[in-house]
Design a protein around this ligand. Structure first.
Ligand SMILES: [Zn+2]
Length: 445
């Protein structure tokens, strides 16, 4: 079997196992995680033989490659084992858990998010073991089991794993997780390596009001649900003001040369062109999300029956907090715009962690590795992740968290969480190459 076939068959093997996570442990089919662990043991025998394995929480895995001669801080690579469900299976052109290869792609739930990260990390470490690599630092591989669900910290695999490392007194030199990839350049343009240096903090806020309830034949001037509806409208009418964080400024400046006009000139000097940037952001969801804490009203609830006045009404919002805001400051902001006595509470609260530094020894090593693997002309752009990853829970044990996988993103990717998620197989070697090169460069340092 050549290496491309090997990488493909490993990804196929793990995609075929439906490790769907759920908020409540009782609803999770744990036998699928057992199957995955069994498969991993068969696919990567040296890792299971030479590394120690700690099972954490319900099904998280932490592999530890202990150096015989440790001289520097450990490096950790992570990914999550779980996937989101494939609810509308009939919409898929290939079965979501079939692992079929067609048109040069491997189709299935998790192919992109993020089993191809897990397999690349396992393949890289297995190959280094085969090659007799003897690092002067420890290497960890960490695979959470419930990244995709918003569960409480006492159940979250990544929270428990980071706490375990902290307990052991371990501090990491750096870690890598899902997030940024290397985007293939358009004709004549260099590739773009996006390195996630921070992420917005995922929060849930509830807007609510209680009332007396009663018979719907005597509503008076309205209901608490109507009041909550006005609160939702107020939220959409009063978004938090835009501002430019240092990370987003660095990101815009780095990607500017690859953009088309007018963004090219505007992003190149975002401060000078602030008013133009603000206008652009009004029609660009990504730019909009980079510039402020966002509110998305996603669920609403009133009475359970049409002829009963609601005694409680509420709307739930997904709130993504940008560095510089906090749960408290966002709560105060929302309270200041609430009409009609509607109250605000955070039902899932988390402050954003500060952004990593786009300089220093480790970032330099990362940049050097990227240029070696993807070409000298590769543009490296620090990035703010809009979605959340497990890596944010490692802030206590690591100062250099890189949300970067080394995968090469082409226009044939089928995106995460969508129908027909897929991954081209001809580029599966690149993340393996990246991980091995990075580890060898760190060893040589
Ligand atoms: Zn993911």
């Amino acid at each position: 079997m050549d290496t491309e076939e090997k990488y493909m068959s490993h990804l196929q093997g793990v995609v075929k196992i439906p490790t769907v996570s759920s908020v409540n442990d009782e609803n999770t089919d744990w036998s699928q995680f057992d199957r995955l662990h069994q498969y991993m043991q068969e696919a990567w025998p040296l890792i299971f033989e030479k590394l120690s394995l700690t099972r954490i929480g319900k099904a998280s895995l932490l592999f530890h490659w202990k150096s015989e001669n440790p001289k520097k801080e450990p490096v950790l690579f992570m990914a999550h084992q779980d996937v989101v469900p494939a609810i509308h299976e009939e919409q898929w052109s290939h079965p979501p858990f079939g692992g079929e290869v067609d048109e040069g792609c491997l189709w299935g739930r998790g192919a992109e998010d993020c089993k191809s990260v897990l397999t690349a990390e396992m393949d890289a470490v297995e190959e280094l073991l085969e090659e007799g690599f003897a690092p002067d630092f420890d290497i960890y591989l960490s695979f959470g089991h419930n990244e995709e669900v918003q569960c409480t910290p006492d159940k979250k695999g990544s929270v428990l794993t980071a706490a375990y490392l902290k307990e052991q007194g371990i501090h990491l030199a750096c870690l890598f997780d899902e997030g940024g990839n290397v985007e293939e350049g358009r004709a004549g343009e260099p590739p773009l390596a996006l390195v996630g240096m921070a992420e917005k903090a995922p929060n849930e806020f509830v807007l609510y009001k209680d009332g007396a309830g009663g018979h719907a034949s005597k509503p008076g001037r309205g209901t608490v649900l109507g009041d909550v509806a006005r609160a939702m409208a107020a939220v959409e009418a009063h978004p938090m003001p835009y501002r430019l964080t240092p990370l987003v400024k660095a990101h815009l400046k780095a990607v500017a040369p690859l953009q088309e006009e007018p963004l090219k000139s505007i992003a190149g000097h975002p401060k000078k062109n602030w008013k133009k940037l603000v206008r652009l952001a009004g029609n660009d969801r990504i730019l909009d999300a980079l510039l402020h804490t966002t509110f998305a009203v996603t669920m609403a609830e009133g009475s359970s029956q049409a002829n009963v006045l609601p005694s409680h009404a509420e709307a739930t919002m997904s709130v993504r907090i940008l560095q510089g805001d906090t749960v408290d400051s966002v709560t105060r902001y929302l309270e200041s715009i609430m009409p009609d006595g509607v109250k605000v509470k955070a039902s899932f609260a988390e402050n954003p962690h500060p952004a990593g530094e786009v300089k220093g020894e480790m970032f330099h090593l990362l940049s050097k590795t990227i240029h070696e693997v993807y070409g000298k002309d590769t543009v490296i752009a620090p990035n703010l992740m809009l979605g959340a990853t497990d890596s944010r829970n490692y802030a206590d044990v690591c100062d250099h968290i890189y949300r970067f996988t080394g995968r090469v993103k082409t226009n044939r990717w089928g995106e995460a969480h969508q129908v027909d998620e897929k991954m081209p197989v001809d580029k599966l070697d690149m993340p393996v190459k990246f991980i091995k090169t990075f580890l060898r460069n760190y060893e040589a340092k």
